[in-house]
Write a protein of this length. Structure first.
Length: 292
């Protein structure tokens, strides 16, 4: 007879504080004294900025009842002695992710597949686009699709509608899955630390139209992609994940573009996973990322 006893609830504690002795101990000792088992732990001390970061995934014993209020109250007393900023998340982990997209569907398709199969523990309450092209794809997945055209003159009104959808959905994260519009400074500020963008990375950099054709003409040898948090500096927000692969003279522009699409999908999915699993700390203009 199979054991149908549900697995114990897991919890993720993330914290950062000024660098000082005892920062690891204050977390691990507390969990030990409370009778919790640590499944996974990562820590990093930035000696340049004198800032400490830690992420711990833990679980109680099967028969132990987790009292969240008591846990938070007791741990806060310990953490305050170290000026520690901390957050606690508990399973089941299901982040609400609003996806924004234009016409290119490769990143959207990849995210929808990972959502459909459970590979990413997310809910997708809305897909927003400035084009109608991908509405049928959203309908097939049973996800509301909002077609919000945009022009230079209507940008403020369009972004106001976008922001209302994001708020109404109570989104934890916004993913720009090849959304080919520049967000306003006001929208970037509202979405600070809560919106991820993806774009190609070619060395040397090729800007403007048909970048893969420019790369081909220069005999490029590396194709990559960068996923980062949205900021007011176009494509220069804190980097979360990057991917790169080598190419050679056999790659024509369409081959380079196909390779780029594959890398974009993988890099974006990796960044989304790190965010929803609380593996990222914003640290000034950069990030601390505790990948698996």
């Amino acid at each position: 007879m199979s054991d149908t006893t549900p697995a114990p609830q897991t919890h993720i504690l993330t914290a950062d504080s000024p660098s000082q002795p005892g920062t690891v101990d204050v977390v691990t000792r507390f969990l030990y004294q409370q009778g919790f088992y640590i499944n996974e732990i990562h820590s990093f001390d930035d000696t340049d900025k004198e800032r400490f970061f830690i992420r711990v995934e833990f679980r109680p014993d099967k028969e132990q009842v987790f009292d969240r209020d008591a846990f938070c109250s007791e741990f806060d007393k310990r953490a305050s002695e170290f000026d520690m900023q901390w957050q606690l998340s508990s399973s089941p982990f299901k982040s609400k992710v609003v996806i924004m997209v234009s016409k290119h569907d490769h990143c959207l398709n990849d995210l929808l597949y990972r959502y459909r199969t459970g590979d990413l523990a997310i809910e997708i309450p809305a897909i927003i686009s400035n084009h109608p092209d991908l509405e049928e794809l959203a309908k097939w997945h049973g996800i509301p699709y909002y077609h919000l055209p945009i022009s230079k003159e209507t940008k403020p009104q369009q972004e106001a509608k976008v922001w209302k959808i994001i708020q109404d959905c109570e989104a934890d994260l916004v993913v720009l899955a090849r959304y080919m519009q520049v967000l306003s400074s006001d929208m970037c500020e509202k979405l600070s630390g809560k919106a991820i963008n993806i774009h190609h990375s070619l060395l040397p950099g090729f800007k403007g139209a048909r970048p893969y054709y420019q790369a081909y003409d220069r005999g490029i040898k590396l194709v990559g992609a960068t996923a980062h948090y949205v900021s007011d500096d176009l494509d220069e927000g804190p980097i979360i994940s990057q991917g790169v692969e080598t190419v050679d003279h056999c790659y024509y522009p369409q081959d380079l573009a196909a390779k780029g699409r594959d890398i974009e999908c993988l890099t974006l999915a990796r960044a989304v996973r790190c965010h929803i699993e609380h593996r990222i700390f914003l640290h000034g203009q950069k990030t601390v990322v505790f990948s698996k």
